[in-house]
Ligand binder design. Sequence first.
Ligand code: ADP
Ligand code: ADP
Ligand code: MG
Length: 451
Amino acid sequence: MGGISRLFVVSRGEIAVRTIRAAQEMGITAIAAYSDADEDSLAVRLADESVNVGGAHAKKSYLNADALLAAAAQVDADAVHPGYGFLSENAAFARRVADAGLVWIGPDADTIEKMGDKARAIETAKAAGVPVVPGSDGLVADADAGVAAAETIGYPVLIKASAGGGGRGIRIARDPEELRSGIVAAQQEAEAAFGDGGVYLERFIARARHIEVQVLGDGVDAIHLFERDCSLQRRRQKIWEEAPAAVLDPAVREAICASAVDLARSVGYRGAGTVEYLYDADTHEFFFIEMNTRIQVEHPITEEICGVDLIAAMIRVCRGESLPWRQEDIRPRGHAIEVRINAEDPARGFLPAPGEITTLTWPLGPGVRVDSMAYAGYGIPPFYDSLIGKLIVWGEDRERALARLRRALHEIEIDAPATTLPFFGTLLEQDAIVANDVHTTWIEEWMEGQD
Ligand code: ADP
Ligand code: ADP
Ligand code: MG
């Protein structure tokens, strides 16, 4: 596998910036891939070199494997970091990168295949002894098979696209009638959105918490870097994350983290990955839902409590080094919170709000970190995800992290068409959030009560 001296960063936005920073600190030349819409991006400004990979629409650039591979050859890259989204969990692309003689900063294509398909990943988890949500035992062929399976699962059930992600490809069915029509519609939608119509069923776990474990493997051994609580979501998309999950008692924490390591070891995992679970705070039961075989948006809160650089660690294990830490070296300290700054208007149903950022002042001071591609004068393009940055705070405990978040939100000034920042100020005033008494549909239920 050998060394890496020229890393091709094929993501965009804040994660491209984050990856470039890690590479440069390691003495690696960072080369940014950019689309026509991203010529003026911070990634292009910060990278050592950059190369245009095609049109503004992601299909022509960040999702265009041919264009990315041609550009990788042109810039003489020796490794590819996919970030998240786009082709980051695309096994065919990972295979082509490796076949071209480049190092893929992620697990090998076979592992992505095994874990990226959600129905298949559930089978792998079961085989590793990891508890899963009661469900259909694989894909459901048609509406009849679904209704039969739901009799034992119990309603409501979720119909989930096996190739889904980013909160998309999931719908609820409360009775057999809804399930029948839902399966047909979900199969068609999944075929159109992901090019794969496979769907499976899961019992809907009401008022659960989303808890996920960060793992890191070197292909032989694996460790965990503790867990994150990502229960504050809107439409099944995370908007506020914390580490550690303060709701867990030490025995449950140990069990859930151990199960994630068992799963990673069982597939000879290499790279950074996240094992996602739903957690029932009343019964203390946890259930595997999926594994993401890439770096996640909310990785910085783990970095803050563990004092590590996960992007650098990914690069190290993927260039052939063994794990940089033993499990006992990972000693979390304090509490970290991340809020996602999206170019969306909370006052107008979170409508995307691209456009120019005219003035920008980031918060500074102790325990504050911002991962973002935004700068004053930056034009947020309308073509991509609305995430423009993440505000991350660390405190000695959760209470102090909350106080720091409040202080940092007070310091931030972004003049842009709209951002989600004011929404976090409102959330911080809610007793349930201060008391950490929330679940995955808490925000939606609370918002319904507002109007
Ligand atoms: P994380 O899992 O890191 O918390 P998200 O679920 O928000 O973060 O996903 C990160 C990014 O990847 C988002 O831009 C999301 O839209 C995108 N994404 C994730 N999975 C898929 C998928 N299967 N298809 C398309 N986009 C995806
Ligand atoms: P994605 O691939 O889109 O990230 P996940 O399977 O991770 O999909 O689920 C996304 C979110 O949907 C979860 O964080 C949770 O809020 C909700 N969810 C998923 N499965 C269930 C379930 N069985 N019961 C209740 N909520 C669920
Ligand atoms: Mg998920």
